[in-house]
Design a protein around this ligand. Structure first.
Ligand code: HEC
Length: 161
């Protein structure tokens, strides 16, 4: 080595890279934690749901007729919610099976076993204990009595209008 030649010791570089490594690993850890918290929050949070309407729908013969028409024809609630005999042409509703619920056939290509719920007025197995507001909310907004969202095969988005 000649006099006056600039020498650089490797030590400071080593220290500098050590500090950078620390900073980078701390930042990475922070990023992973924050991203985990954000994703966890998005995954766990419930969608905003309105409380059920506080209404009592008066039962009249006209409303019953209209309901039957909606159930059996226009909205075809029974297409999913009634027990039907698909061994017969057109899959007619089984006796006493109207609105009783149905395990939807797996060959429809569904992601698992989907059950269209029992929506008869039975208080135990059906929705007889639900208030009118809770029924309206389920049909229009897809929220069940406990505030859970219904699987969107239940076509509530079509029933909103
Ligand atoms: C294309 C099939 C389909 C049609 C048509 C359909 N539903 Fe549904 N419905 C479902 C499925 C599947 C569920 C269960 C969703 C879940 O458990 O997440 C459901 C759930 C419900 C529930 C909630 C019951 C509970 O116990 O949580 C009600 C109420 C309901 N439907 C009423 C109706 C009415 C009234 C109509 C007609 C206006 C209708 N549905 C038409 C498939 C359908």
């Amino acid at each position: 080595m000649q006099a006056g030649e600039l020498t650089i010791s490797p030590l400071p570089y080593y220290l500098v890279s050590l500090v950078w490594k620390k900073i980078l690993s701390t930042l990475t850890a922070l990023f992973v934690i924050v991203a985990g918290l954000v994703l966890g929050f998005l995954y766990l949070r419930k969608p905003a749901t309105a409380p059920p309407l506080d209404v009592k729908v008066e039962v009249t013969p006209e409303r019953l007729d209209r309901g039957r028409f909606l159930f059996e024809r226009l909205a075809d609630c029974g297409g999913c919610h009634s027990e039907r005999d698909f061994s017969r042409f057109g899959g007619p509703v089984m006796p006493g099976g109207r609105g009783k619920g149905k395990v939807l056939p797996p060959d429809l290509g569904l992601p698992g076993v989907i059950v269209a719920s029992n929506i008869t007025p039975d208080r135990e197995t059906g929705i007889g204990a639900w208030t009118d507001g809770e029924k309206i909310r389920a049909i229009r907004e897809g929220i069940d009595r406990e505030g859970r969202t219904l699987f969107p095969m239940m076509p509530y988005t079509n029933y909103r209008g």
